[in-house]
Design a binder for this molecule. Structure first.
Ligand code: FES
Length: 73
């Protein structure tokens, strides 16, 4: 598994789950506003049902979200 270095971000596409973003990144909304983040690793929703978008709230498990095609790990 690739690890984040201090100077570059790493994005991990979790099978049937969110995108884990590690390292130095700035999240910006569609209207250009910076989205505050309190952690160095954030989980971004890609199933579309999170109530706290753009972050994952774990709801993907309840809806049995599946990545398609399945990703190799
Ligand atoms: S990926 Fe977790 S709630 Fe969407």
């Amino acid at each position: 598994m690739t690890r984040a270095r201090e100077d570059r971000p790493v994005i991990v596409a979790c099978t049937d789950g969110p995108l884990l973003v590690r390292g130095p990144v700035t999240l910006v909304s569609a209207d250009g506003e910076e989205i505050e983040q309190s952690r160095r690793t954030v989980a971004l929703c890609r199933c579309g049902v999170s109530t706290i978008k753009p972050f994952c709230d774990g709801t993907h498990k309840l809806i049995h979200f599946k990545t398609s095609p399945q990703l190799e790990e």
